[in-house]
Design a protein around this ligand. Structure first.
Ligand SMILES: NC(=O)c1ccc[n+]([C@@H]2O[C@H](COP(=O)([O-])OP(=O)(O)OC[C@H]3O[C@@H](n4cnc5c(N)ncnc54)[C@H](O)[C@@H]3O)[C@@H](O)[C@H]2O)c1
Length: 472
């Protein structure tokens, strides 16, 4: 069913003369499951959230400016891992989920959830233009009594400055009176089989106490646990801090990795031993760098927000620099390993096993494997890739590169295989049996046999000539 199929403007904006009438009515829509919601931005975050709401019995309309996504959804095809086609199709058949690129659907919605991207600008600063575009797009259609929730990750102050205030100014309303505003960060862990939208505790902050009441009631009606906080800015900062915590700790192990190699200490054994401590410790692992839409970006939002108030967050800067050096370190080490095998990096055949930024997902955004690819190509290597989740990617020159099948022939073709993503689908023992040389940046070959495997973070021994090589 399309936008036009949804009922005309609901009564939820028509309550003159009664005390707090909208609140009463919207809560009732929650209670009797007659509530209508719009989700703006149907990507990795928005689509699963829309599906979760629809599965709870709400009538959900998704809006996205990417018409190719809308076409796929209307054909019953999901493009997000974890959202199966048959679930989508049944929700569409029952009319619980519809999708279009038309903001007019906002006029029928009691709740509007914004899940648009928040990348960095070319100057490495927060780019919240997508949030502003979404707010501009929906504001003319908003009806009194609506609850607007921002879920995009962003710096503290965004909800007040870029959502609440523009709506108040455009419509002459006040938050907490004619409409309600909350911030609730999405904390999805892509690829996780343990935590999804429903069972990940949902932090929420409101612009006013009434806003918070609305938000709590809404999410509490279909999610396992809601965590209310005192303001939208606390909720915004909590999300940024979670990912900054990850970035800083990943940087710590990434920095420790070459030091351990040189000290003759296997960092993986160290991390495994440390992880047995049942309190006060959480494991993080080294790798070829950080990727995705969160860890590389969110800390920059936090440090930008702090610096505009005059506070410099040095840990964030150091962690960012350390993590961003990893692809270069991997390529340097790969070149050394090739040299030790009598092959120059220029003209060497290199297979990157895994392009996605993380195990068992298909997301290429900010993937460190892309940087490894660029750097090796620039050094003159012939680089191909294999990834069971990523069929192709667009190179910097605009051409598309297809994933190669992960076959014994591919492994034997290569002078060097670099494991950049530890996908479960790879047969690591077969890789070890066939490849001339493997550089494993994820410790994915733990338990495999073969003297041809060098693992990032394992001790480096020095040969007579001063060359370095790793132990497998
Ligand atoms: N992907 C994750 O793992 C993850 C986890 C937690 C939080 N987040 C945050 O959630 C937000 C969304 O991330 P994502 O991964 O879903 O991004 P995404 O790129 O997968 O999806 C965003 C969608 O918004 C659409 N869009 C952009 N501008 C629009 C507009 N004006 N109107 C309607 N649609 C519009 C895009 O076409 C796209 O489909 C970001 O702030 C991100 O930082 C992402």
């Amino acid at each position: 069913m399309g936008v036009e199929g949804m009922e005309e403007k609901d009564q939820h904006e028509q309550h003159e003369g009664k005390e707090e009438p909208q609140q009463h009515n919207t809560l009732q829509h929650i209670n009797d499951r007659s509530l209508k919601a719009v989700v703006i931005g149907l990507g990795y975050v928005g689509l699963p959230m829309a599906v979760e709401m629809a599965q709870a019995g709400y009538q959900v309309h998704g809006i996205d400016i990417d018409t190719s996504k809308i076409a796929k959804l209307n054909a019953g095809q999901s493009y997000v891992i974890g959202i199966e086609d048959d679930i989508l199709q049944s929700l569409m058949q029952t009319g619980l989920f519809t999708a279009s690129d038309d903001y007019a659907a906002v006029a029928q919605a009691h709740v509007i959830v914004i899940c648009v991207p928040t990348p960095l600008t070319a100057e490495h600063q927060p780019d919240i233009s997508y949030i502003s575009a979404a707010v501009d797009g929906m504001t003319p259609y908003l009806v009194e009594g609506s609850l607007v929730i921002l879920e995009s990750t962003t710096y503290p102050g965004t909800t007040e400055e870029r959502v609440k205030q523009p709506i108040e100014a455009a419509n002459g309303w006040r938050a907490g009176e004619q409409f309600y505003v909350c911030y609730s960060p999405e904390r999805v862990d892509p690829g996780s089989v343990h935590y999804g939208v429903k069972n990940t505790p949902k932090i929420i902050g409101g612009s006013t106490p009434a806003c918070l009441t609305y938000g709590k009631q809404f999410y509490g009606s279909f999610l396992n646990e809601v965590v209310p906080v005192s303001s939208t800015t606390v909720a915004e900062t909590a999300k940024l801090f979670e990912n900054t915590f990850r970035s800083v700790n990943i940087a710590l192990v990434n920095e420790l990795t070459p030091a351990c190699e040189q000290m003759g200490v296997n960092i993986w054994e160290v991390l495994g031993a440390a992880a047995t401590k049942p309190f006060g410790y959480m494991p993080f692992y080294p790798g070829p760098g950080i990727g995705g839409h969160c860890i590389p970006i969110d800390p920059i939002y936090l440090s930008w927000a702090a610096s505009r108030q005059g506070s410099e967050l040095q840990f964030i800067q150091l962690a960012d620099t350390t993590n961003r050096q990893m692809p270069e370190r991997v390529v340097k080490r790969a070149a050394e390993l090739l040299e030790q095998n009598g092959v120059s990096v220029r003209g060497a055949r290199v297979v990157l096993a895994g392009m996605a930024y993380k195990k068992d997902i298909d997301d290429l955004r900010e993937s460190p494997a892309l940087d490894v690819f660029r750097l090796l190509s620039a050094a003159g290597a012939e680089v191909v890739f294999t990834d069971p989740m990523v069929p192709l990617f667009r190179k910097d020159d605009g051409t598309l590169l297809q994933s190669r099948p992960a076959t014994p022939e591919l492994w034997t073709w290569a002078d060097l295989v670099i494991i950049t993503t530890d996908h479960s689908a790879f047969d690591y023992q077969e890789m070890a049996d066939q490849a001339k040389l493997i550089f494993d940046t994820r410790n994915a070959t733990a338990g495999c046999h073969g003297g041809n495997i060098v693992v990032l973070g394992q001790p480096v021994r020095r040969g007579k000539t001063g060359d370095t090589y790793g132990e497998s």
